[in-house]
Design a protein around this ligand. Structure first.
Ligand code: UD1
Ligand code: UDP
Length: 381
């Protein structure tokens, strides 16, 4: 039996690891798969665990209100020491670039357990943007033994850093596996707020949470949104607000009590992705949304100055808007006013995956561990 421990802690990691956990579970005869969560997020993680029916074998429950990077790092590291000692897995799988990701890779290294990194090789080459994610994924890449790169660009980034080609597999992004299993044309919301939304209006779906955007950049974004709802009567903003109190404070100050701005709790993944499909435009500093919206044919204004996901920008479906009031307002108006510009951006493209990423990752693991002689197929754009 190959013993695999999957470790994650936040909402996006859970969404993107859930299809992989499911796929690993189809191989029960040869793979013993367990999940350990740090619970760096609590409610937002639990939403995903319950949707995908995942029961962790270990839950470190580390989240504290207003936690800082030192808190998360220390609590996760010492908690994982015990979990790794108890489970002694043959392989630990981590995802992406959160503090949980880096710490789980570090803890595994300390115990000399091999690490597989899912969503490996994303880079901006800017140490502080996104912060701390750019360095988390670098460090995780250094510690990992097998790298599951979602796209050829990500693979190239890893090759440029001198990693051996034989340890890198181009798989597509598992978020597309999750998305395709969840988005449905006939989906009906079962939520009093969403049921009352007039979908005859043009919906701007907004999320913000990046640490480097806290404070002035977020104010710039929200002021642009105020201007837009003032000037366009047919526009409505739906904004599921991240649980971070530092985000909530500024959102409430800038956007609280406005007509046609709905500030709501984070949505479960199922209504959320189906809401993307009913929106006119997505404005977000999220990583995952830059991957999901293009698949659903929705333009994304990326509320950041850098992106590690150039594929959607190259495909013309995402635009790096920055965070100033002027820039966000200008680009949003362009997409509201210029029908031709909008249609060019609203092309459904799938540069991030085809829904088979988890299968390829499991194939690659089986190949690496001698359970199969067949090399996994490669995801091509
Ligand atoms: C974290 C990740 C970021 C990822 C994001 C996804 C790090 C350093 N950051 O950022 O890479 O993009 O998750 O959302 O790993 N909170 C709750 N309940 C929850 C979740 C959060 O109350 O379910 C509040 C808590 O007060 C917590 C704060 O949000 O202290 C911030 O959470 P934290 O995980 O530290 O940072 P994120 O900004 O969520
Ligand atoms: N998401 C969700 N509910 C929401 C907002 C986002 O389920 O109210 C999902 C979204 O579809 C995407 C993921 O959460 O898959 C992105 O998470 P987040 O933006 O917190 O983190 P990032 O991707 O930037 O790391």
């Amino acid at each position: 039996m190959l013993k695999i421990l999957v470790v994650f802690g936040t909402r996006p990691e859970a969404i993107k690891m859930a299809p992989l956990v499911r796929e690993l579970e189809t191989r029960r005869e040869e793979i013993d798969c367990k999940v350990a969560v740090t619970a760096q997020h609590r409610e937002m993680l639990d939403q995903v665990l319950s949707l995908f029916g995942i029961t962790p074998a270990h839950d470190l429950d580390i989240m504290r209100q207003g936690q800082n990077l030192f808190d998360i790092t220390c609590r996760a590291l010492s908690g994982l020491q015990q979990v790794l000692q108890m489970e002694a897995p043959d392989l630990v799988l981590v995802h992406g670039d959160t503090t949980t990701t880096f710490v789980a890779a570090l803890a595994s290294f300390y115990r000399q357990i091999p690490v597989g990194h899912v969503e490996a090789g994303l880079r901006t080459r800017d140490k502080f943007s996104p912060f701390p994610e750019e360095i988390n994924r670098h460090l995780t890449g250094v510690l990992a033994d097998i790298h599951f790169a979602p796209t050829p660009t990500a693979r190239q980034n890893l090759l440029d850093e001198g990693l051996p080609a034989g340890n890198i597999f181009v798989t597509g992004n598992t978020v597309i596996d999750a998305l395709l299993a969840t988005a449905r044309a006939d989906y009906r919301f079962n939520d009093p707020v969403l049921d009352s939304v007039g979908f005859d209006k043009r919906i701007l779906l907004v999320t913000t949470h990046r640490r480097e955007n806290l404070g002035a950049p977020m104010r710039g974004i929200y002021r642009a949104l105020r201007e837009i709802v003032d000037d366009y009567r047919d526009v409505e903003v739906i904004f599921p607000v991240h649980k971070n109190p530092a985000v909530r404070r500024v959102v409430e100050e800038e956007l609280g009590g406005l007509d046609r701005v709905r500030l709501i709790e984070p949505l479960d993944y199922e209504p959320f992705v189906n809401l993307i499909g009913r929106s006119y435009l997505v404005l977000s500093d999220s990583g995952g949304l830059q991957e999901e919206a293009p698949s659903l044919g929705k333009p994304v204004l990326v509320l950041r100055n850098t992106t590690e996901r150039p594929e959607a920008v190259c495909a013309g479906t995402a635009l790096l808007a920055g965070t100033t009031r002027e820039a966000v307002s200008f680009e949003t108006r362009r997409l509201l006013d210029d029908k031709e510009f909008y249609s060019r951006m609203a092309n459904a493209v799938n540069p991030y995956g085809d829904g088979r990423a988890s299968k390829r990752i499991v194939q690659a693991i089986r190949y690496k561990y001698g359970l199969s002689a067949e090399r996994p197929d490669v995801f091509c754009l």
